[in-house]
Design a protein around this ligand. Structure first.
Ligand code: ADP
Length: 343
């Protein structure tokens, strides 16, 4: 049976507050979803194959255990029939769940976590992507996606903004040289948590789909709402700029039920994205950084999110700083943990 001849020799996990991210090596790319990275085709590496990606909700950790058992352990030949060698299987893991769920993985799969620091892994993951994966970074402005040519000799310093459940902002000065300079608790978890409460959506995808159809101006108080439809041009605020996110909800005498859930979802997405863009810009300004890379599963390649963040950075920096996004945005920590096998 060819399924059992598949060799999957390595696996790394990033277990976050909301999602578990997996990176694993597959020689022939079996079970690989979109976005897998071809490795070893440049003659530099002895192994050839693909880096594959998978994600699971942390609250449904059993699905992740089943996936690893069926698609990785059984295929890789590392699980010995009599089970005697199983305890020796060590796997790189990062994120808070590497601590929280260590016993569970040991008990259920016989996997022992070799823990990697979360921030270190994030930075390693981004540096790996920027240095080795072509067409990884791109800008997104006014509906235009443009890939960024990365100059390996002029990569640092940059600001990394990782938008997961919460947000971390890390100033990166080189390989392994970094400092977490800021963060905010208003992140992807806030969007998903508030979104679920306000719209009764069950999932992130449902919430995104809703926000797609909505109009934030129904609920957000715009400059024009305050100034009777005109700009406040003296200080450079257009009539369509948001003066107060959700601000209209106070004056209308309306209840939550009177608003369309899609408009609520749209305002919420705009509020969170704008706020992160602004805090990112302020931190870039603090350290004189011109390049800001955004990662984390909150972004999900969504045009509206990227556009909002880009406009915020562009607006506040008057075009000085650049927001960039990464194709493998959600797997930065897991990739970093994976690359540490070489250490
Ligand atoms: P963490 O490591 O904290 O779990 P992630 O980078 O995995 O962070 O991002 C988690 C965030 O990504 C969630 O808070 C949510 O906003 C967003 N997200 C994207 N896709 C999903 C999904 N399928 N299920 C849940 N959250 C998702």
């Amino acid at each position: 049976d060819s399924r059992f001849s598949t060799q999957i020799s390595h696996l790394a996990l990033d277990i976050g507050g909301t999602l578990i991210k997996l990176v694993y090596f597959s020689p022939n790319g079996d079970n690989c979803e979109d976005g897998s990275i071809v490795v070893g085709n440049n003659g530099c590496s002895a192994v050839q194959g693909r880096l594959c990606f998978a994600k699971f909700e942390t609250r449904k950790i059993d699905d992740c255990l089943d996936f690893i058992r069926l698609n990785i352990l059984q295929h890789s030949g590392v699980q010995h029939p009599n089970g005697t060698e199983r305890d020796k299987l060590s796997v790189k893991a990062t994120g808070g769940g590497a601590f929280k769920f260590a016993d569970l993985f040991k008990e259920k799969l016989g996997i022992v976590f070799d823990k990697e620091d979360e921030m270190h892994s994030l930075v390693c993951g981004v540096n790996f992507l920027l240095k080795t994966v072509p067409r990884e970074a791109f800008t997104y402005l006014d509906g235009q996606k443009e890939f960024v040519q990365i100059d390996h000799n002029d990569l640092y310093p940059y600001l990394l903004v990782n938008i997961g459940s919460g947000v971390s902002m890390i100033k990166v000065d080189g390989d392994g040289k970094y400092e977490r300079i800021s963060g905010t608790s208003l992140g992807g978890g806030t969007f998903l948590g508030l979104g679920k409460l306000l719209t009764k959506c069950k999932s992130f995808d449902e919430l995104l789909e809703l926000s797609h159809q909505g109009n934030n101006r129904v609920i957000d108080m715009l400059v024009g709402d305050i100034y009777g439809g005109t700009d406040y041009s003296k200080i450079g605020l257009s009539s369509t700029a948001i003066a107060s996110s959700f601000g209209k909800a106070i004056s209308d005498g309306k209840e939550l039920e009177d608003y369309q859930p899609e408009d609520v979802a749209r305002s919420l997405l705009r509020m969170i994205s704008n706020n992160i863009g602004q805090i990112a810009y302020l931190n870039a300004l603090r350290f004189g950084l011109k390049r800001i890379f955004f990662g984390g599963f909150f972004i999900r390649g969504l045009e509206y999110t990227m556009d909002t963040i880009s406009v915020a950075v562009h607006f506040w920096s008057r075009g000085e700083a650049k927001a960039m996004f990464l194709r493998h945005e959600g797997f930065l920590g897991a990739l970093g943990a994976f690359t540490s096998y070489k250490d």
